[in-house]
Design a protein around this ligand. Structure first.
Ligand code: GUN
Length: 319
C-alpha cells in the first residue's frame, strides 16, 4: 500500500490546540462562544453527529445547548425555534441538523438562521460571500478538506481537481474553495459522461457522492491525492468481502459487528493514490473541528469590539 495516509484525527488535534488559544483570549475578554444544535426527531445518524458536536464543545470549553423538537414539528413551529435562537445573545452559532422531516420546508428553515450565526455556512448570504471570494462562515466539511490540503502541504495551485458530487453542503462550496486556491476544477455528478476518464485526469479527487466504494483503483491516476468525504454503513457480507479483501483486520471487525463504515472510495485505492484520507478518521473529524472554528469566528464577528478583531487561527481558505 503506497499512499500516504492523511490522518484527520491528528489534524483535528492540531486545530484544537490552536482553537484553545483563541478560546482563552476570548475568555479573557469575558466571552464564551456558544453553539446551539437543533436536532429534530430521532434519526439515529443525526443523533450521533449532534452528540459528537456537543462533545467537541465540551472538550474545548465552548457553551452548548441542544434543542430537540419532535419529528412531527411544523415548519412554523421550527421557524419559531430558530428565531428564538437568533435573538439569544448567548448563542453565537446555530446548527440545524439535516435531514429534516419531509413536512418541514428545509430551505425556509435554513434561510431563517441569522447569517451571522450560520456556523454551517448554508445561508445564501454566506454562500454568496464565498462565491464572491470573500468567505465569512464557510460550510464545515469543505473547509475541513482545505485544512487537510494546507496542513499536509498538498499543492493546489494549477492542480487538476475533480469534485464528485454537487451538493450544497459539500460539492459546490468545495469546488469554489478549490477554484479560489487556483486549482483547475471539474465538478462531476450523476449525469457526467465518461466519469472514469475524467477522474483519471485528476491530481486531486474529492469524492462526495454518497455511494459506497464508488471510486475504484482503475479510476485513479497513480500518485493522485484522494479525499473521501463519504460515510456509508455497509452490512452485506459479500460487499464487505469485496471492500476488505486486502484488509483482514477490517474484515474481522465487520464479521464481529455485522456492519462497517466505508467511504465513497474503495479501500484498495490506497494502493494507487499518492495520499488518501481514511474512513473513518479522515474528513469526519475535520467537519467538527471547523464547526468549532466557525463558532469561535461567529462569536468574534458578532460580539465585535469586545473580542479582538484578529483573524481566527484557523482560516477557511489557504493562505
Ligand atoms: N447533515 C449532514 N451533514 C451536515 C452538516 O454538515 N450540517 C448539518 N447541519 N447537517 C448535516
Amino acid at each position: 500500500m503506497a499512499a500516504r495516509i492523511l490522518d484527520g484525527n491528528a489534524i483535528r488535534d492540531e486545530i484544537y490546540g490552536e482553537l484553545a488559544g483563541e478560546i482563552a483570549s476570548l475568555a479573557a475578554a469575558g466571552i464564551r462562544p456558544g453553539l446551539a444544535a437543533v436536532l429534530v426527531g430521532d434519526n439515529p445518524a443525526s443523533r450521533v453527529y449532534v452528540k459528537s458536536k456537543i462533545a467537541a464543545c465540551e472538550k474545548l470549553g465552548l457553551a452548548s445547548i441542544q434543542v430537540t423538537p419532535p419529528a412531527t414539528i411544523s415548519t412554523a413551529e421550527l421557524l419559531a425555534v430558530v428565531q428564538d435562537l437568533n435573538r439569544r445573545d448567548d448563542v453565537d452559532g446555530i446548527l440545524v441538523q439535516l435531514p429534516l422531516p419531509p413536512q418541514v420546508d428545509a430551505k425556509k428553515i435554513l434561510d431563517a438562521v441569522d447569517p451571522a450565526k450560520d456556523v454551517d455556512g448554508f445561508h445564501p448570504i454566506n454562500v454568496g460571500h464565498l462565491v464572491a471570494g470573500r468567505p465569512t462562515l464557510v460550510a464545515c466539511t469543505p473547509s475541513g478538506v482545505m485544512e487537510i490540503f494546507r496542513r499536509s502541504a498538498i499543492l493546489l495551485e494549477g492542480a487538476n481537481a475533480v469534485v464528485l458530487g454537487r451538493s450544497d453542503i459539500v460539492g459546490k462550496p468545495m469546488a469554489l474553495l478549490l477554484m479560489h486556491a487556483n486549482a483547475t476544477v471539474t465538478i462531476c455528478h450523476s449525469k457526467t459522461r465518461n466519469l472514469p476518464e475524467v477522474i483519471r485526469r485528476a491530481d486531486i479527487v474529492v469524492a462526495a457522492l454518497g455511494r459506497a466504494g464508488m471510486v475504484t483503483p482503475e479510476f485513479v491516476r497513480p500518485g493522485a491525492t484522494v479525499i473521501d468525504v463519504g460515510i456509508n454503513r455497509i452490512s452485506d457480507p459479500a460487499q464487505a468481502e469485496n471492500f476488505f479483501a486486502h484488509f483482514p483486520e477490517r474484515l474481522a471487525a465487520f464479521r464481529e459487528k455485522g456492519t462497517a463504515l466505508v467511504g465513497d472510495v474503495h479501500p484498495d485505492v490506497a494502493g494507487v493514490a499518492g495520499a488518501i484520507t481514511p474512513v473513518p478518521g479522515g474528513v469526519g473529524p475535520l467537519t467538527i473541528a471547523m464547526l468549532m472554528s466557525n463558532t469561535i469566528k461567529a462569536a468574534r464577528l458578532r460580539r465585535g469590539s469586545r473580542a479582538s478583531a484578529s483573524v481566527p487561527a484557523v482560516a477557511a481558505v489557504p493562505r
